[in-house]
Design a protein around this ligand. Structure first.
Ligand code: S3P
Length: 442
């Protein structure tokens, strides 16, 4: 068990480079595995979630090797996964599990999948329902969570599916399944979600058609049975990891920091828009708008933020950034309101519950709704002095580690080993930038 103690801190200064984007890393690995030949991936995240996807691919007969700083993945083409000898264990990773279930649903092998206690509580029905329509079979028949055994369809059928929730994981699972189906698989999304799968597929030589629908939304179509050609992929830094470094810099007076080489996909950077509304001093410089995934630098200066009401339509563009935003709201001037966020109850923990509980324990007034929070900002400092249980959720752990930097009394977070599922080296990086954070291991 690891514990972080976070205390009132002097200014943060310096330059930060972040781990590779986790979302893109899972996808780059899976698409490389489905391609023919050797793909080379630069900047792959080596967070535990991603290592679990590598472990699963290896059990399926895919050779994944680290060469210098890069990863080289040898794919055998569509439909070529080997029946694994063991159970695929995705640890804490909803993305790894859901995307792989998609990729496996149209390969005629039997695969058992599991995960840790947090992942076993997360809904899988949202991806199983359409995948069963395509012809996959699942055991137990009414499985709605891990562990489960999946038998991919030998003669899968293409479907058109309207997403009932805004979810890039469901969209991507269906597109991955569609790669091995004759005909066109179409996913209709009402709210745009991160499009990393679509962008990467183009890099592997399989274009994805996107049509805007009258009345909003988009139809995203992939034509199956086209060979994926091995590719060289470069992955930028993870914007969702940057969110915590940004939050710490914005809240500690005198802080001034540069974040380099971070992903700036517009479907991920909703937080920058909201921070802009709160008055944050952040300069964005795009290094490459033309890259398959845009990336660039962020120059951030401490700012006393004002409260904000987020537009629920923004949620999908910043779904993982709310824990970081909630701690910023706790230090803002005025009452902030965040609604339309019922999905946050289904993440690595119930993030609305855990954030409300932890903020209250730190002396912040919070109102909890079914679909959001209202947070009374304490204009610069919180009382702190709480012991927070990270509840197996990396983002809860990092959010309170950051909040402690502006607390009158230290904030202790138990269970911070979960941070390595997405951001290995978080405490060390924060410490190097000047944050008053100590992590101990028992
Ligand atoms: C992700 C999509 C989001 C996000 C998750 C990563 C992805 O989940 O919360 O951390 O890589 O596709 P949903 O698809 O459930 O919204």
């Amino acid at each position: 068990m690891a514990t972080i103690v976070s205390k009132s801190s002097a200014a943060l200064k310096g330059v930060a480079h972040l781990p590779g984007d986790k979302s893109i890393s899972h996808r780059a690995l899976i698409l490389s595995a489905l391609a023919t030949g050797k793909s080379r991936i630069k900047g792959l995240s080596e967070a535990e979630d991603v290592l679990n996807t590598i472990g699963a691919l290896r059990l399926l007969g895919v050779i994944c090797d680290k060469k210098g700083q890069d990863w080289v993945i040898k794919g055998h083409g569509l439909g070529a996964f080997r029946a694994p000898e063991g159970v695929l264990d995705f640890g804490n990773s909803g993305t790894g599990a859901r995307l792989m279930i998609g990729a496996l649903a149209t390969q005629p092998i039997e695969v058992s999948l599991t995960g840790d206690e947090s992942l076993k509580k997360r809904p899988m029905g949202r991806i199983l329902k359409p995948l069963l329509e395509m012809g996959a079979k699942v055991f137990p028949k009414d499985a709605a969570a891990l562990p489960l055994t999946l038998t991919g369809a030998a003669e899968p059928v293409a479907i058109t599916y309207r997403l009932p929730v805004a979810s890039a994981q469901v969209k991507s699972a269906l597109l991955l399944a569609g790669l091995n189906i004759p005909g066109e698989t179409c996913v209709i999304e009402e709210t745009p979600t991160r499009d990393h799968t679509e962008r990467l597929l183009a890099q592997f030589g399989v274009p994805v058609k996107k049509e805007t629908l009258p009345g909003g939304g988009a139809a995203i179509t992939v034509k199956g049975l086209r060979e994926l050609k091995a590719a060289d992929i470069a992955i930028p830094g993870d914007f969702s990891a940057a969110a915590f470094v940004l939050a710490a810099t914005l809240m500690v007076p005198g802080s001034r920091l540069e974040i380099k080489g971070v992903g700036l996909n517009p479907l991920r950077t909703g937080l920058l828009d909201v921070l802009g509304q709160m008055g944050a001093d952040i300069r964005v410089s795009e290094d490459s708008a033309k890259a398959a995934e845009p990336y660039g630098g962020l120059a951030v200066n401490y700012t006393q933020l004002s409260a904000v009401d987020t537009d629920p339509a923004m949620a999908a563009r910043m779904i993982d950034e709310f824990p970081a935003l909630f701690v910023l709201a706790a230090l803002a001037d005025g009452v902030s309101s965040f609604r339309g966020l019922a999905e946050l109850r289904l993440k690595e923990s119930d993030r609305l519950r855990q954030m409300a509980k932890g903020l209250e324990a730190c002396g912040v007034e919070v109102k909890e709704f079914d679909d959001g929070l209202a947070i009374s900002g304490r204009a610069g400092k919180v009382p702190g002095g709480a012991v927070i249980d990270a509840s197996g959720d990396h983002r809860i752990a990092m959010a309170f580690a950051v909040l402690g930097l502006r607390a009158d009394k230290p904030v202790t977070i138990k269970g911070t080993e979960s941070i390595s599922t997405s951001f290995p080296g978080f405490a060390k990086l924060m410490h190097r930038l000047g944050a008053n954070i100590e992590e101990t291991f028992e």
